[in-house]
Write a protein that binds this ligand. Structure first.
Ligand SMILES: [Zn+2]
Length: 483
């Protein structure tokens, strides 16, 4: 029963009730009214116009990016040739002359377009040397095939090609710190062009090779990253950049590698802000629980955030739950969290976020199509999420493509777009003051974009011609040139 309220009390309650109605309108009704323009725009815009809008739209950060997977094939080719200035020359395998007896052939031997630096080429038999060509001597047809060899450009290619061939082909190229820094700068420039202001990329400090084949001191590598980030071309992008060290989780020695990279990162916090575990989780050594004791030992001495790939698997397993127990503040992919209701409930309105990689999950066949992806369920049930590009060089895509897919496949509202962008900064592993500075910048950028759109529509708000890559052409028919 509702207790009756005297007239006097009701009169006193009236202003409060009006205030409450005002609050509700301000936070729902007015916001919805204020954003109806985006719903109208989505309905009326051609695919080209929607893409142009999203390309020009200010964005936040990319929190899940593998630097060695983020280079477009042409970038790798140019950067490899440019590194001749630093004394490097690269050979790539262009034919197989059966130089090795059958029992001595491993998967790498049979892999065309596997790249090696000159110091390794010199150690091969003359027969095997003859199976290789200097990168700069490739014929135009070989060069095209080389470019395609490090890109998932055929629908028949998927997870096996990606995990089993792409990285093995790049091989020594991503162990050259000068090439890596060139790929970093190109990412900063192209991300800045599409409105991003932050990049947190996975790029290791250890394992880089000098031209003679010896290893770089990781402190020298860190110094090269710092130098690159201070270069005027990098500063001109306005991008803030931080790195994560990443451990290939299933390899023998992964626990030792975890200790080494965790300590190095913790001692270089201006550059390295987190540690990640990468690679297929299904192997028992890749299991998150395998790392729990090691992380607990390390936390006795250091405090380093963890962002860990988890739930990038087909079947149900407790990997997201176990990865949270291992201390991860952010989860990469989190696809199969959808099959773990207890952990889902824990993450709703919580402090741990999921980095969503829509294009990656489709191309690596973790979803058959976007009707299977759990992203909208996470987004709309209060699990913190942000969009990220993962290995965009190998998908030949950009951040705009991730937003385009999300808007087209899941009908994102304007408020949801803002939330995704703000999350991509709010969950960055940055000191609070730097993070707040980025959020302020984003808020100012998006406010002037909204004003420009309200005053002059697409023509005024979206002046830049979008740069479109191959993914959006192949999958959404938005091609740079008409096909
Ligand atoms: Zn990843």
């Amino acid at each position: 029963m509702i207790p009756s309220v005297s007239f006097r009390v009701r009169r006193r309650l009236l202003p409060i009730a009006l205030l409450a109605v005002g609050w509700v309108l301000a936070n729902t009704g007015f916001a919805a009214l204020a954003n109806h323009w985006f719903e109208d725009f989505k309905q009326q815009a051609s695919p080209e116009d929607l893409y142009r809008f999203l390309y020009n739209m200010p964005k936040g950060g990319d929190l899940h990016n593998h630097l060695s997977g983020s280079g477009l094939p042409e970038w790798w080719y140019e950067a490899a040739l440019n590194s001749a200035k630093k004394g490097y020359r690269y050979y790539t395998k262009v034919r197989i002359d059966n130089c090795r007896a059958y029992e001595n052939r491993d998967a790498d031997y049979s892999l065309l377009f596997r790249n090696i630096q000159e110091s390794s080429w010199r150690q091969l038999s003359s027969c095997e040397q003859g199976e290789h060509k200097l990168l700069q001597n490739l014929t135009p047809a070989e060069r095209q095939a080389w470019l395609h060899s490090i890109e998932l450009d055929k629908r028949s290619e998927g997870r096996d090609e990606f995990f089993g061939k792409h990285w093995q082909r790049l091989n020594h190229l991503f162990r050259n710190p000068y090439i890596t820094n060139e790929i970093l700068l190109l990412n900063m420039q192209t991300f800045s062009d599409e409105g991003l202001i932050y990049l947190e990329t996975q790029s290791n400090s250890h394992g880089f090779l000098k031209p003679d084949g010896s290893l770089f001191d990781p402190n020298q590598v860190a110094a090269l990253y710092r130098e690159q980030l201070k270069h005027p071309d990098a500063v001109a992008t306005g991008m803030v950049v931080r790195l994560q060290n990443a451990v290939l989780r299933f390899l023998p020695g992964a626990l030792e590698e975890t200790k080494l990279l965790y300590e190095f990162s913790a001692k270089n916090p201006d550059l390295y802000v987190a540690l990640n575990l990468v690679g297929i989780e299904s192997n028992t050594k890749g299991n998150p629980m395998h790392f729990l004791d090691t992380f607990r030992q390390l936390r006795r001495k250091y405090d380093l955030p963890l962002s860990i790939h988890a739930g990038e698997s087909d079947g149900p397993n407790p990997h997201v739950r176990d990865t949270l127990l291992a201390g991860a503040e952010r989860i990469g992919h989190g696809l199969n969290l959808i099959g773990d209701p207890e952990t889902m409930r824990l993450m709703q309105f919580g402090q741990r976020m999921i980095e969503i990689n829509l294009i990656s999950n489709l191309l690596l066949e973790y979803v058959k199509d976007y009707s299977e992806h759990p992203f909208p369920e996470y987004l709309r049930t209060g699990i913190p999420v942000a969009l990220a590009t993962d290995d965009r060089g190998m998908w030949n895509s950009n951040m705009t493509d991730e937003f385009y897919v999300a808007v087209v496949e899941y009908n994102l509202s304007w408020q949801e777009i803002l939330k995704l962008s703000r999350n991509s900064l709010a969950y960055a592993f940055l000191p609070e003051s730097v993070k707040q500075g980025l959020l302020d910048r984003y808020n100012a950028n998006i406010a002037s974009f909204e004003t420009a759109f309200s005053q002059g529509g697409l023509r005024q708000a979206a002046r830049k011609k979008p740069v479109r890559y191959q993914f959006i052409c192949r999958y959404y028919d938005l091609c740079e040139k008409p096909r």
